[in-house]
Structure formats: structure tokens, C-alpha cells
Design a protein around this ligand. Structure first.
Ligand SMILES: Nc1ncnc2c1ncn2[C@@H]1O[C@H](COP(=O)(O)OP(=O)(O)OP(=O)(O)O)[C@@H](O)[C@H]1O
Length: 229
């Protein structure tokens, strides 16, 4: 898939509207960052793209084809991978088993090239790794599926900025390799450093969309978007 596209997408939870009228594109080879305050609806939007939640209106397309009608498994087969919030490693399995649980072969090996430090940890139980290493396993596992669209939900939750600074360049490298990345990230400044395009979601609506560079240089602009002004 070369481009994921949302047109006027709305999503609800339990009948309550959460995300309204969101339009954005996620092109291959780019990092598109989705920023916004807690409770803005970022997770809700990613889950709707991955097929965890249905959209209530709007259009969701991949290279022009409707994907809103596909269930989660079919979307995964179309190349859409979701890295969920909260570092979901199989704690009792070793790093090698965590990766093999998804797929063996060249894609899994390539995933490891991104995080060479994991090679020394292959026989360690994933539950014993540091938070940053666990997040590397989660990312490597998603990559082993060779996704064309990667949706990443707050991978830095609970991690120190120094570790986030190690992980984000790997995300950039993935995009440079041709993946379309949609990144939800609480460390806005760090995320903007690797992003091409930025969207800010506040109160369920997009309050800013544009290239990442101006937001990087102008924190007031970012702040205004967070406040929805
Ligand atoms: N399972 C759920 N059932 C009902 N409402 C929910 C559920 N999960 C989240 N919400 C509500 O949906 C709204 C959006 O939440 P969401 O998690 O999508 O926001 P977010 O921008 O990802 O925030 P955060 O950064 O805190 O994760 C919030 O008001 C939240 O209370």
C-alpha cells in the first residue's frame, strides 16, 4: 500500500462520538505524526484504522480501495500493522520466541538489523528486559510482518526521553525504507524531529495539519493547536 487515506472519518465508542471529521493521508516513505492532549481521541483513531473499532462515517481507503469494510485480520493482510499502547511482549517467552511467534525468515532478520542490541538478548525472557528493550521487541515483531502501513501508539509511554531518542530514529529508518508510518507520540518535540507531516487532534477534531518543520521551530503554534485555538 502506497497511501492510506482518511476522508471525513468519524469514530464513536459505545454510541458516543469521539473522533469527528478527520481527513489526512499517510504516504509511504513518510512519518506522519498525530499529536494532541490526553483524551483527544488519538488511540480511538488508530484503532479505527486498524479495524479494532468501526468508523461511523467517512471513508477509509488504501491506494483508493475501500478498507473500512475489511475486518482487522484482512486489514493486517493488506499490510496494516498496529503497535498498541503498553508494550505487549509475551513476557514468559524469550526474545527469539517472541519474534518467531509471528514469523521466521528474512523479514524477522531485517527487523533485528534495526535493533542490533537485541541479538545479544535472544535467549532472555522478554519480561526481564528493560522497558526500552521490550519496546524494541514489540517494534521488531511488527516489522517481521513486513507491514506497508505501521500505526504506532505511544511507544514511549513510561520510557525515559533518552530511550525514546534511541527508538524514534529507528521509526524514521522504517519510513525511509518505504513504510507509511502514522505515529502517535506524547513527546511532541522529539516526534516532530523525525516527522514529515504533523496533525494535532484536540477534542476529537483536527486543529492543525501541515509540515512538521514549522511546528518544530514554533512551539506557540503547537500550543495553540493543543488548545484548539
Ligand atoms: N474503551 C472505552 N470506552 C469508552 N470510552 C473510551 C474508551 N477508551 C477511551 N474512551 C474515551 O474516548 C476518548 C478518547 O480516548 P483516546 O484513548 O482515544 O484518546 P487519546 O488521545 O489516545 O488519549 P491518551 O493520550 O490519554 O491515550 C476519551 O474521552 C476516553 O475517555
Amino acid at each position: 500500500m502506497k497511501e492510506l487515506r482518511l476522508d471525513a472519518v468519524s469514530v464513536g465508542r459505545g454510541g458516543a462520538p469521539i473522533v469527528r471529521d478527520v481527513g489526512l493521508t499517510v504516504p509511504a516513505g513518510e512519518v506522519t505524526v498525530l499529536l494532541g492532549p490526553n483524551g483527544a481521541g488519538k488511540t480511538t483513531l488508530l484503532e479505527a484504522v486498524a479495524g479494532v473499532l468501526p468508523i461511523t462515517s467517512g471513508r477509509l481507503t488504501g491506494d483508493g480501495d475501500d478498507i473500512a469494510g475489511l475486518d482487522r485480520v484482512r486489514r493486517a493482510r493488506r499490510g496494516i500493522a498496529l503497535v498498541e499502547q503498553g508494550r505487549t511482549v509475551f513476557a514468559q517467552l524469550t526474545v527469539a520466541e517472541n519474534l518467531r511467534a509471528v514469523r521466521r525468515g528474512p523479514a524477522a532478520d531485517r527487523a533485528l538489523e534495526l535493533f542490533p542490541e537485541l541479538r545479544k538478548r535472544m535467549d532472555v525472557r522478554a519480561g526481564l528486559l528493560s522497558g526500552g528493550e521490550q519496546q524494541m521487541v514489540v517494534l521488531a515483531r511488527a516489522l517481521a510482518m513486513s507491514p506497508s502501513v505501521l500505526l504506532i501508539d505511544e511507544m514511549s509511554l513510561g520510557l525515559a526521553p533518552v530511550i525514546v531518542k534511541r527508538l524514534l530514529p529507528a521509526v524514521r529508518a522504517l519510513a525511509d525504507g518505504g513504510v507509511a508510518v502514522l505515529l502517535v507520540e506524547q513527546f511532541a518535540t522529539l516526534a516532530l524531529e523525525i516527522a514529515d507531516t504533523a496533525h494535532v487532534l484536540a477534542g476529537g477534531r483536527l486543529t492543525h495539519s501541515g509540515p512538521a518543520a514549522p511546528l518544530r521551530k514554533n512551539p506557540e503554534l503547537l500550543q495553540a493547536a493543543y488548545l484548539g485555538t
